[in-house]
Write a protein of this length. Structure first.
Length: 315
């Protein structure tokens, strides 16, 4: 992409009063990790934290926390996923050898924010400013971000904690618009006898994922999820990432109906905390697996804003 075209597109994006709308009412940057930091809360991951988390493995049982992704997977907005399998060779030999080699390949056309996914720090901002106050003009280009790309995020290997908020409230599935805040977080942790610590990955179970296959439209129309107070509380505790069994992690509609994805702004832009969407939590709840070794090594596509993932819990 030429510099001229990049400048033209950026000019259209930030045209008018939005250009300096950096939420001047709040002093939210530079970040606690330094003015030049581009990694956010993963700075809290240490070899000591990994060793502590590894001690949680008692049975060796593993849990795939990613949902299956297909053309039918419900996805936000206009996002779509298409996979094509390509068969090669007719089995007669020729250019593929006397041993009659045949093989299959595949290719995809997709948005990277489909199914279970990680949101990077360049995904959502405030008035065109993102984590650490970086303006979009400093890191965005059409062929990939030059900062905040998912390929730069190190493996996230740490202690994972599942909070069963639906169980806390005695429900199989929380209703759309149900906000999860500090009281819910503290009460669930107390009930499950777990303590949230710096460097953890925290995952919320709401029961909402069960709706994805039953009624995709209802699933995407809203969701229970993290409220602003809850997001600020978890960020202050020093968690690395927050996930949920919902498509957006945060409560929709928002607590303030005039706002759109305010929890994403609190976590990503203001605190550098990563967001894990559409986490499969049902097996963990069934086994009452409240804490575990959490392992995520996402595909390293250079410059990607977000990425489809399959995290693994081990206990």
């Amino acid at each position: 992409m030429t510099t001229t075209w990049r400048a033209l597109i950026l000019g259209l994006i930030v045209l008018g009063p939005m250009a300096d709308n950096a939420d001047s009412q709040e002093d939210w940057f530079p970040s606690r990790y330094g003015a030049d930091d581009t990694l956010g809360a993963v700075n809290l991951l240490t070899p000591e934290k990994v060793r502590e988390a590894a001690k949680l493995v008692k049975t060796g049982k593993t849990y795939a926390l990613g949902v299956e992704i297909s053309r039918d997977t419900p996805a936000y907005g206009t996002r779509k996923f298409q996979l094509f399998a390509v068969a090669t060779g007719d089995g007669s030999g020729g250019s593929l050898g006397s041993n009659k080699t045949t093989f299959n390949d595949d290719w995809i056309m997709t948005w990277l924010g489909i199914g279970t996914q990680i949101d990077g720090l360049g995904h959502l901002g405030i008035g065109h400013r993102y984590y650490n106050g970086k303006h979009i003009s400093e890191f965005w280009q059409t062929d990939g971000l030059i900062q905040f790309g998912i390929s730069d995020v190190p493996p996230i290997v740490t202690r994972g904690v599942l909070l069963d908020i639906a169980g806390l409230r005695g429900e199989k599935m929380l209703a759309a618009g149900t906000a999860i805040n500090r009281t819910d977080i503290d009460e669930a942790a107390k009930k499950q006898q777990v303590e949230l610590t710096e460097g953890d990955v925290v995952i919320l179970h709401t029961g909402w994922q069960a709706l994805a296959a039953a009624d995709a439209n209802a699933f995407l129309a809203g969701e229970p999820g993290l409220g602003k107070e809850g997001a600020e509380y978890l960020a202050k505790l020093g968690v690395v990432a927050i996930g949920a069994d919902t498509w957006g992690v945060e409560v929709v509609p928002a607590e303030d109906s005039s706002e759109v994805f305010p929890v994403h702004q609190i976590l990503l832009a203001k605190n550098g905390v990563y967001i894990l969407e559409n986490i499969k939590t049902d097996e963990l709840v069934t086994d009452r697996a409240w804490e575990f070794l959490f392992v995520l090594g996402q595909p390293r596509m250079k410059g990607a804003v977000q990425m489809m993932i399959n995290p693994v819990a081990i206990r």
